[in-house]
Design a protein around this ligand. Structure first.
Ligand code: MG
Length: 371
């Protein structure tokens, strides 16, 4: 390695980050102290710990909106996560905030999703209604702090407090009454623009909605105009891809054109200026209204599509049934979840076990223990 490669992360950050970014040498550290790494920043290490965790790998077996038996084109929870990370990093780099932290937060943001997406989450919340409820955002913290094992001397991934706080701000929107770091805000913005775009893409490709009805949407009218200005003749599949690409591109541009000048003129010189503000990064103006309209459309026409309602109801029934089966007889629970019964009670332990399952593993368990 030459000297250039040995430049410390602190030096790199000083050279490229804006003063309102989260500098890794100002991190509040980890719950269990560890020596600094010679060439990876604390947030790079967080990113690596997340990527190497079992929960992250299992995202490949968890549905986003459409189930595995509906085809192989659409997004899984893992590919959604990667798209969010890609878009969040683009925005983070352009705004000169900490891209390593952005990436760690993005790769982490959906790690707590149970099998069968929001249907699974709602069913577990019902099962645990008298035991503290269930939310995938909260469960991500349980995974990071209690369930994953990477070190003999402490539980969990021992992530930095900034990653844990960024995730906590997803659980309770005003967790400490302060504004989340810009790095967390960028991930939040990237998440919603990503799922709007890819859920629409998947729904069109699956034929659940038709291009003609989507074209009534203001967001699509804006994108169609931009595509037509390029004057290229596109086939139906290329047209769909161009629409989705344009939808993402114009939203990212909108965010950067507004947040960029705002931050440059903010006079903010530290994260405490960010934390004390009430600023939120996101799309603004006409595009923001168009985005809201698109989300209503997706809710009514895609997420509530009869095909998906059927899947949703079946998944919810099965989760209730397997949950009750394990509560009545916890013998099949793995040892470490049995051990957790003393700590957090039987029902929460069963909930934690089911929440970690992939869709396929859940189905195998259901067949094996319910039939
Ligand atoms: Mg997400």
């Amino acid at each position: 390695m030459d000297n250039q490669a040995l430049q410390t992360s602190a030096e790199r950050e000083r050279a490229v980050l804006a003063r309102y970014a989260m500098f890794s040498n100002l991190s509040e550290g980890r719950r269990y102290q560890e020596p600094a790494h010679p060439y990876r920043s604390p947030f790079q290490r967080d990113r690596d710990r997340i990527v190497h965790s079992a929960a992250y790998r299992r995202l490949s077996g968890k549905m986003q909106v459409f189930t595995g038996d509906m085809g192989d084109y659409h997004r899984t929870r893992l590919t959604h996560t990667q798209e969010v990370a890609s878009i969040a990093r683009t925005m983070g780099r352009a705004l000169r905030i900490n891209e390593d932290l952005v990436e760690a937060l993005a790769l982490f943001h959906d790690i707590g999703h149970p099998p069968f997406g929001h249907a699974g989450e709602d069913a577990l919340a019902e099962c645990l209604a008298d035991d503290g409820g269930f939310s995938h955002n909260q469960y991500a913290l349980t995974i990071a702090e209690e369930l994953e094992t990477r070190h003999q001397s402490f539980p969990g991934l021992n992530l930095t407090r900034e990653v844990l706080a960024g995730q906590a701000s997803r659980v309770h929107k005003d967790v400490d009454g302060m504004c989340p770091l810009l790095e967390a805000q960028v991930v939040e913005a990237a998440d919603s623009m990503t799922y709007d775009a890819h859920d629409l893409d998947d729904a069109l490709q699956l034929g659940l909605v038709m291009l003609e009805e989507v074209q009534q949407q203001e967001m699509i009218r804006i994108c169609v105009e931009m595509i037509e200005q390029q004057g290229v003749d596109l086939g139906p599949n290329q047209y769909r891809r161009a629409l989705i690409h344009t939808m993402l591109d114009c939203q990212v541009t909108n965010v950067l054109e507004n947040a960029g000048p705002f931050l440059a003129q903010s006079g903010w010189t530290s994260i405490s200026d960010v934390r004390q503000s009430d600023y939120r990064i996101g799309t603004v103006g006409q595009l923001s209204d168009a985005k809201k309209e698109m989300e209503v459309f997706l809710y009514e026409r895609v997420y509530r599509h009869p095909e998906l309602i059927k899947t949703r109801e079946r998944a919810q029934d099965q989760i209730h049934t397997l949950f009750d089966t394990f509560v009545a007889n916890p013998d099949p629970l793995p040892k470490r979840f049995k051990k957790r019964i003393e700590l957090i009670g039987l029902r929460r332990s069963v909930g934690d076990y089911i929440a970690g399952m992939t869709d396929r593993f859940f189905e195998q368990q259901f067949l094996g223990f319910v039939g």
